[in-house]
Design a protein around this ligand. Structure first.
Ligand code: RNT
Ligand code: ZN
Length: 421
């Protein structure tokens, strides 16, 4: 499509939306202000650069596939992230894991990391990113090999991981300070039993106690916020997960922390879109790990499916986007990794735009009047409104490729860069 055609299609769409009371210009202006936190770990299959040549992934998560071209070092990863960001409309955030530290080639253990090990990331991100988010890495480490970290029976191991958590908060706060936007540091621990436990209580008591120790230091919430992430099960931890949904919901509400809802961490018919409104009533803010579960895997590339659309609608309808932090969490090693980032992140932004194009007041009114017929009629008609023309125009205005054109850039990048690795 030529520039003129994109504009023509947009003009028609703009008029159609105006008829139902939607100002597409305002939608685009609003959309531009919503950053998505793109996760660094799609680029190298969650390996990190703590050890030369990457680490063995543990903690019940798996990146499957062996597509060539994975980023072998920080430089390659940054290049790949830059390529992905150049194809995604808007200004976004980068979500880093502690194991992506820049240790200059000398091993630095998790209980020794400092802001200086992330300074090169911060310097690189300035001017490119809206900000950074952070995660302690409680997996792929000898002290996590038996499946337990902060809830371990051994006090020494717990202390090691508490120290890691504290240091990660300091690093997160430094990122928040240097970018001038709030960094969310998200705690996910794989602690779990493969088989039925005799005691479900004690590990949870130890986990809560360790987390309280990690969070003891008060940090300015403008710079930094803490989040905790639950999970249903992991590979090798099928029978009992210390950090279940109930555990973290109770923890987050009682400590006024952010709860992280990962779309892949629930029973197959349980949807996080249904949970958002309740969590926002009782937690100060909300973190999302937008992902896509498929059978046992919780981390497929985010598609423009029903659940993504519902998630975006719940967020936008809440009218409290300032309390929402949108992160992505998927890792697919079976396709071009840069393309995976672009597909998932563009879909997230696209779903937000689709949600913003909804005449929510009219829908609410129909519902208040018990006019469920009108509500259903409107939902169905909205699906075929020309929202894609608004999306194309938004991409054009943001100077990123329109439609499938972004993919030719990936094909070229694979030829020029990825295939030479
Ligand atoms: C694992 C959690 C967690 C990780 C990342 C790498 O099941 O979803 O968020 O995916 O920390
Ligand atoms: Zn997650």
């Amino acid at each position: 499509m030529s520039k003129e055609q994109v504009e023509q299609a947009y003009q028609i769409a703009k008029e159609k939306y105006a008829e139902i009371g939607i100002d597409t210009e305002a939608v685009m202006a609003g959309l531009q202000k919503i950053p998505v936190s793109m996760h660094c770990w799609q680029g190298d299959d969650v390996g990190g650069y703590e050890n030369v040549g990457g680490s063995e992934l543990s903690g019940g998560i798996q990146a499957t596939g062996n597509y060539p071209g994975k980023a072998r070092d920080i430089g390659e990863l940054r290049g790949d992230i830059e390529k992905a960001l150049s194809l995604i409309p808007g200004t976004h955030r980068l979500n880093l894991h502690a194991c992506y530290l820049d240790n200059g080639g000398t091993f630095v253990d998790r209980d020794e990391i400092e802001p200086k090990h992330f300074q090169s990331w911060i310097d690189w991100g300035k001017g490119k990113l809206h900000g950074m988010d952070f995660n302690p890495t409680y997996f792929s480490h000898a002290k996590a090999d038996d499946g337990f970290t902060l809830s371990h029976t051994d006090q020494g191991i717990r202390d090691f991981w508490i120290e890691h958590g504290k240091r990660c908060r300091t690093i997160g706060a430094e990122m928040g300070k240097q970018f001038g936007t709030t960094t969310v540091t998200n705690f996910w621990m794989p602690d779990s039993y493969k088989d039925t436990p005799a005691d479900r209580v004690s590990p949870r008591v130890r986990m809560a106690d360790s987390l309280d120790k990690c969070f003891a230091e008060k940090i300015d919430p403008k710079l930094h916020l803490d989040a905790v992430e639950s999970k249903l099960f992991g590979i090798g931890g099928e029978s009992y997960t210390v950090g279940s949904h109930e555990f973290y919901m109770g923890y987050a509400v009682s400590r006024q922390k952010l709860l992280c809802l990962d779309a892949g961490h629930y029973h197959p018919t349980e949807m996080i879109s249904e949970k958002i409104s309740s969590i926002m009533m009782f937690c100060p803010e909300l973190l999302l790990h937008v992902s896509r579960p498929v059978r046992w895997d919780s981390d497929h590339v985010v598609c423009f499916d029903d659940e993504l659309q519902q998630i975006a609608k719940e967020l936008i309808r809440s009218g409290q986007m300032e309390k929402v932090h949108i992160g992505l969490d998927f890792f697919d090693a079976s396709i071009n990794r840069v393309a995976a980032w672009v597909i998932g992140t563009r879909n997230m932004v696209k779903a937000l735009m689709f949600a913003m194009l909804e005449p929510i007041e009219e829908l609410r009114q129909a519902e208040l009047n018990m006019n469920f017929t009108k509500r259903l009629v409107m939902f169905e008609e909205l699906k075929t409104m020309p929202w894609a023309a608004v999306w194309d125009y938004y991409c054009m205005k943001q100077n990123v490729p329109v439609g499938i054109k972004w993919f030719s850039e990936i094909v070229q990048y694979e030829k020029d860069v990825l295939s030479k690795r």
